[in-house]
Design a protein around this ligand. Structure first.
Ligand code: GDP
Length: 295
């Protein structure tokens, strides 16, 4: 997954090999390389700096208490700190409503429609739910078609209203439809834009206000690095969303978004997308991601 980052971290830990103990000097040399590796992976400067400062404090404090080799100790501390930075425990999704309403937000092309399908499939096959998908992208007929194709493929009903240009109304009607027909989860796919703009934000904020979802999820393409983090911040300022979906982690991503998004918006990553197929979805476990980062 993050080959480049993993290699660079490995090289950084190598600096400690052959040293009998951790010292101010060899820790400083190692952490300089760790910080460089994080910056190259597109982690924001302040996050990388705070991270290495915490690791340094721990390393110098723990050395006398352990019989691990300095290199092993550093790997352990970096791993623990990475897990912490990415949110500690895995965060579930709230399915308490009847129906539970899940609102998808994010830029166009981030993978919202694909992920809506994946989530419906996951909830149906793994959680025995009866989901309804809702097409609220009223500007792009292709997007509505795309959701219908996905729904057909999965055997999941898709609610759409041809000709209705009011996404708030469509979402509200879909929830009524779900109540009347025994669907216990409603997944609302919305319109995105290529960049954050006021009109899109107003629209999604209006839908959010009208349907009061149990879960508002923000979908973002992991390949967009620091932009992913900035976009997350813009959406969170407006929607105060509940969780992040990081897509396209199967591609050539550098890892920065996975590492830093939680600490910027203080919302957990809940799922990751790892391919175009409907089963390419994983619950996000910070400890597993830390293992992958460390190679
Ligand atoms: P939307 O505009 O936000 O609804 O984005 P789409 O769901 O249409 O996705 C945009 C493109 O990204 C499509 O070609 C998807 O097949 C692709 N895509 C979505 N999720 C993933 C993923 O996890 N991995 C890869 N490789 N491609 C993805």
């Amino acid at each position: 997954m993050f080959d480049n980052l993993s290699d660079k971290l490995d090289k950084a830990f190598h600096i400690l090999k052959g040293h009998g103990k951790i010292t101010e000097v060899n820790v400083a040399d190692t952490l300089k390389e760790v910080r460089r590796a994080l910056l190259d992976a597109d982690v924001n400067f302040k996050i990388a700096k705070d991270f290495t400062n915490r690791v340094k404090e721990k390393a110098l404090g723990q050395d006398v208490l352990t019989n691990l080799q300095p290199g092993q100790l550093m790997v352990k501390i970096v791993k623990d700190e990475l897990i912490e930075l990415m949110g500690g425990e895995a965060a579930g999704i709230n399915l308490s409503g009847n129906p539970s309403v899940i609102l998808m937000s994010g830029l166009q092309g981030s993978g919202k429609t694909t992920f809506s399908g994946k989530l419906a499939n996951f909830l149906k096959s793994k959680k025995s739910k009866n989901p309804l998908l809702v097409a609220c992208d009223v500007y792009r007929p292709a997007a509505i078609n795309q959701l219908h194709v996905v729904g057909e493929q999965l055997g999941v009903e898709v609610y759409s209203e041809a000709g209705n240009m009011n996404p708030v109304e469509i979402a509200q009607n879909a929830i009524k439809h779900a109540k009347a027909n025994g669907f216990n989860v409603v997944i609302v796919d919305t319109a995105g834009r290529l960049a954050v703009d006021e009109e899109m934000m107003n629209e999604i904020a209006n839908i959010h206000k009208a349907i009061q979802p149990q879960e508002t999820l923000f979908v973002v393409d992991a390949m967009t690095g620091q932009d992913a983090v900035n976009t997350a911040k813009a959406f969170n300022d407006r929607l105060n969303f509940d969780g992040v979906i990081l897509t396209k982690l199967d591609g050539d991503t550098r890892g920065g978004a996975a590492i830093s998004i939680k600490s910027v918006v203080n919302k957990p990553i809940k799922f990751i997308g790892t391919g175009e197929k409907m089963d390419a979805i994983d619950v996000f476990y910070p400890n597993r991601m830390a293992d992958r980062i460390l190679g």
